[in-house]
Design a protein around this ligand. Sequence first.
Ligand SMILES: NC(=O)c1ccc[n+]([C@@H]2O[C@H](COP(=O)([O-])OP(=O)(O)OC[C@H]3O[C@@H](n4cnc5c(N)ncnc54)[C@H](O)[C@@H]3O)[C@@H](O)[C@H]2O)c1
Length: 311
Amino acid sequence: MPIQKIAVVGAGLMGTNIALDFAAAGFEVAVTDARPEALATSRETARANAEALAANRLLREPAAAVLARIRYREQLVEALRAADLVLEAIAENLDLKRGLFAELEQLAPPQAILASNTSSLMPSLLAANLARPERFLVAHYWNPAHLLPLVELVPSPSTSKEVLEAVRELLTRIGKRPVILRKEVPGFIGNRLAFALQREAMALVAHGVATPEEIDAVARLSFGRRVPATGIFQTADLGGLDVYLAICASLFPNLACDIEPLAALRERVAQGKLGLKTGAGWFSYSPEEAAALRAKLNAELLRRAQDDRSA
Ligand SMILES: NC(=O)c1ccc[n+]([C@@H]2O[C@H](COP(=O)([O-])OP(=O)(O)OC[C@H]3O[C@@H](n4cnc5c(N)ncnc54)[C@H](O)[C@@H]3O)[C@@H](O)[C@H]2O)c1
């Protein structure tokens, strides 16, 4: 049976936009959260994001028509009624997620596919106590989920081929670009790549080679410009693998290989410097600067979504 009804459990940053994405593609979505006040915030965020999509000609119908397909339910059991696919987007905590999936197995229709949006937890760990692990997988979206096309699909060794294919087909049909991992690995693909860069960048700061501002300039003005066009391996093919081999041989022994988060990061977190949300992180932000940075990223992602649409 094709997937028709979606339930999203956890109406925070990710769940809100995952629900909006399915609703924009014409699906009925039920959203639930353990905190009723989270549902009110989610509704408000979805409205603002749907209006931004409409203003950028990224919806096929008025925002109100899309939003009318999202139903907010305080009771989990009501949200799960007749669901074909249940997407979990609650806090990143193994015990919490395992507890929820045990409940979902009891309450959701037996044929429902259960998917977790975990950023880091291996699907075999999450599915360890499930009676029907073949119907479970990880579907890792990127923030903001309604604007970034990638979804990493991570099956556990128990996930059935049919379940994986059903989710892949569904996501492809609604315009996402699912990538299926051939085996599970912590951090999946995207976060492993992104955090390898974070580690090296922090190490360069720690060793006094450059400031965060200078490193951001290097990233944006050099390889960062190529990545959208040629990714990683095509970039290497363009450069020449003989050249890359020579660079790897001389550089790998010198790259950061810390296995603990770097001290400078720990210190900032201990000082309450958490980034935009506290007004300071690696940089300081007035409320206006924080709003401007968010708006800049949003505008760029909306523009790229328009490019995808017209391609
Ligand atoms: N934030 C990101 O950039 C990002 C990106 C990709 C994946 N993820 C993953 O997505 C998941 C959600 O992240 P988020 O950033 O949306 O978090 P969030 O804190 O914004 O939202 C989580 C929501 O889940 C609710 N919740 C907690 N326990 C619950 C339960 N048992 N039942 C129902 N609702 C419950 C909370 O009330 C909260 O509203 C995490 O696993 C996270 O690692 C986050």
